[in-house]
Design a protein around this ligand. Structure first.
Ligand code: PLP
Length: 408
């Protein structure tokens, strides 16, 4: 097989033409700041699409998460339960506020926060009042269970829906399960503004606070009057123009990503692998990234240090390192699964709770990658596949062939 002449990417922006029209409109009317029609329009449209009352357009998903953490009242030293296997932005804002992330292990059904581990965490840290839940790769977390647990313990949920815009759980859009929710328009997300994000909430007071904090916390006065700390987090009207042009294409992008997911699923049906799972009875993901997991007994030997990986090839078996290296050889981009936060050097002292209540910071000894550690297991055996919605069927068939060859 030949190398791909044009690189096949993991996930890149897909523009449609209207984006430049709205950007030009901002330019020609000179609304080149953080105020303007594009911002007003996308805030309205996102509320209608997602089914929330208020949307505050911000510079990125991370700033939305930061304001969500502040709105939730998280203070220095507070414990906050966080999704463990996710992009660090999910919980970095907890650290900005000098609070203490406690990592909740992952479950195999959706690769999101494990409700059983969350329940155990409340036994160990009963005073915890905030839970940050991410929807990995566009698959909703088990919100039916997680919301019930949160309610029972009087905790509030911050939903990180950065990867899952347009996905639903029991017919309800992600980005509405938390009291405060974040979405992202980063360049590789399902739709993009090149950057940008939003805070979503049903609380008018919260939305107003977020607006004020995001524009340097000016008080209502003729001069710059300040009573609390502020941030420069508002979205630019130029960026909002790109988002405005993209929003009508959200469903089209989801349909394309869904086709990619099922083409992989069909292509891999004779391999000892599975796709990133979801509960089709109650969930419809946005299929942002297609991922695969290699069966335990089909894994060749793979060793990862902090910064490097190697493997020993074996007939009939493979591993993520081998597949990623093969894809790269053919000019295609895959990616390892988000390395769980409890395995990150920066969080080596933070508690980590598994479904039977074991883990670091519990009374039972923590065994890294032990039988209990679901996140470490998925990280070891899983990978993200090229999922760009501009990938052709022919290109994808070739990717499938490259991966099949790894198992020969
Ligand atoms: C992309 C992403 C974010 C952050 O969004 P930005 O807009 O890049 O700041 C947060 N959480 C998750 C899970 C993400 O994938």
């Amino acid at each position: 097989m030949e190398r791909f002449e044009n690189k096949v990417w993991l996930s890149t922006p897909t523009m449609h033409g209207d984006e430049i029209k709205y950007v030009k409109q901002a330019y020609e009317t000179n609304w080149m700041s953080t105020v303007g029609e594009n911002i007003n329009e996308i805030e309205k449209q996102v509320c209608e699409k997602v089914g929330c009352k208020y949307a505050v357009a911000l510079s990125c998903g991370t700033s939305a998460l930061h304001l969500a953490v502040k709105l939730a009242g998280v203070k220095q030293g507070d414990n906050v339960f966080c999704t463990d296997m996710t992009f660090a932005a999910t919980l970095n804002s907890v650290v900005y506020e000098k609070a203490n992330p406690i990592f909740i292990d992952t479950e195999y059904d959706t690769w999101n926060m494990c409700p059983k581990a969350l329940e155990k965490a409340f036994e160990l840290y009963p005073d915890t009042k905030v839970i940050v839940v991410a929807n990995l790769y566009g698959v909703p977390a088990k919100f039916d269970e997680i919301c019930a647990i949160a309610k029972k313990h009087g905790a509030i949920i911050i939903e990180d829906a950065a990867e899952s815009l347009g996905a639903t759980h029991m017919g309800r859009q992600t980005g509405t399960f938390g009291t405060y929710n974040a979405i992202s328009f980063n360049g590789n997300k399902i739709i993009t503004g090149s950057s940008g994000g939003m805070l979503l909430t049903d609380g008018l007071e919260a939305a107003n606070k977020a607006r004020k904090w995001s524009t340097q916390s000016r008080e209502n006065a003729p001069w710059y009057q300040h009573e609390e700390v502020g941030y420069n987090y508002r979205m630019s009207n130029v960026i909002a123009g790109v988002v405005r042009g993209q929003l009508p294409y959200l469903e089209e992008h989801i349909a394309q990503k869904k086709e990619i997911y099922f083409r992989y699923k069909e292509g891999f049906k004779d391999l000892p692998v599975t796709m990133n799972p979801y509960d089709e009875k109650i969930m419809e993901p946005n299929f942002w990234l297609s991922c695969m997991l290699i069966d335990k007994d089909a894994m060749c030997k793979q060793v990862r240090s902090d910064n490097d990986a190697c493997y020993v090839a074996e007939s009939g078996k493979s591993c993520p390192t081998q597949i990623l290296e093969e894809l790269a050889k053919y000019n295609a981009e895959g990616r390892p699964i988000w390395k769980p936060m409890h395995m990150q050097p920066i969080f080596r002292m933070n508690p980590f709770v598994t479904k039977s209540g074991n883990g670091r910071g519990t009374t039972n000894a923590y065994i890294a990658g032990g039988a209990e550690d679901v996140g470490a297991d998925i990280f070891a055996r899983g990978l993200c596949l090229p999922s760009d919605n501009k990938m052709t069927a022919e290109q994808q068939d070739k990717i499938i062939e490259i991966i099949k060859n790894c198992f020969r």
